[in-house]
Design a protein around this ligand. Structure first.
Ligand SMILES: Cc1cc2nc3c(=O)[nH]c(=O)nc-3n(C[C@H](O)[C@H](O)[C@H](O)COP(=O)(O)O)c2cc1C
Ligand code: SF4
Ligand code: SF4
Length: 254
């Protein structure tokens, strides 16, 4: 394979499935690794002599606004990139085009894109327990195809479909709740919320105007005190279930 100094994993993964898939792809490459977790990494950086894997989830048919902002500061120099777009078995909307365009603009040379399916982080009944063993097999098949491509030094440009202008960002009407009886005021949610929507003074409350319902705090809370709820949650859950009756599979673009 071409000589790469190292493998850099760049991901935004509030509930951990995107990171898990990026790690599965990375296992196929025997190189030193570095991690850039966009939930906290907010710096300008240029990646040059390395191979990068970039993993981003779909939020309402777009790439998450904050991930987009942080990715915009990350540049390549015709740097080879493997791209994972991860979604919750409903659809990935125009996020695929949005992500691929952004990375091309930032001078990454995309060698392969996989759209992968994971448990829906807002509605765990959708895509439950994915990625499963069959997803992981497909993800490893994708990785092997990317390696073949890198070995043969194939130089093609990858095109994906989507519509522009991209739809507006949406925030659901449902809430993030916190059970005061369970909260031990450890402040983990306060320090990991990427939108600074939880204050140290009242960690059981969430500023719903700033909150994007990203799931980070729910996943980080050691007491399982935080959850989605509120008036519209049940009806949104039912909509999500009825929009995802069929199992979507991992797709490759090479
Ligand atoms: C705010 C938000 C919006 C989402 N919108 C979509 C969507 O439009 N389509 C979809 O299939 N999944 C959607 N999902 C599900 C996530 O894309 C999916 O669960 C993904 O695995 C989350 O990645 P993570 O585990 O790395 O956080 C959404 C999740 C969140 C939190
Ligand atoms: S408060 Fe909202 S934005 Fe902050 S981590 Fe929780 S879900 Fe994400
Ligand atoms: S992470 Fe959980 S226990 Fe810790 S302050 Fe937040 S809600 Fe309370």
């Amino acid at each position: 394979m071409m000589n790469f100094e190292k493998l850099s994993k760049i991901y935004f993964s509030p509930s951990g499935t995107t990171e898990k898939i990026v790690n599965e792809v990375a296992k196929n490459f025997n190189m030193n690794r570095e991690n850039y977790d966009l939930l906290s990494f907010d710096e300008s950086k240029t990646f040059t002599d390395e191979l990068v894997i970039i993993g981003i989830p779909v939020f309402d048919g777009r790439i998450p606004k904050l991930a987009c902002k942080r990715l915009s500061k990350i540049k390549g120099t015709d740097t080879k990139a493997i791209v994972v777009l991860n979604y919750g078995n409903i659809n990935y909307g125009d996020a695929l085009l949005e992500l691929v365009e952004l990375l091309k603009e930032n001078d990454f040379h995309i060698v392969g894109v996989a759209t992968t399916v994971s448990q829906h982080s807002q509605f765990n009944e959708v895509g439950s327990n994915r990625p499963d063993a069959s997803d992981m097999e497909r993800i490893n098949e994708f990785s092997r195809k990317v390696i073949e491509k890198l070995n043969s030094n194939t130089q093609n440009e990858i095109f994906v479909s989507g519509y522009k202008p991209f739809p507006d960002y949406k925030t659901p009407d449902f809430s993030v709740l916190c059970d005061e009886n369970l909260c031990i005021e450890c402040m983990d949610c306060v320090y990991t919320c990427p939108e600074e929507a939880i204050s140290e003074l009242t960690p059981t409350e969430t500023n719903l105007d700033d909150c994007t319902r990203c799931t980070t705090c729910i996943n980080v809370c050691p007491e399982n005190a935080r959850s989605f709820g509120g008036d519209t949650y049940q009806s949104e859950l039912e909509n999500a279930i009825s929009n995802s009756l069929e199992r979507n599979e991992v797709e490759f673009f090479l």
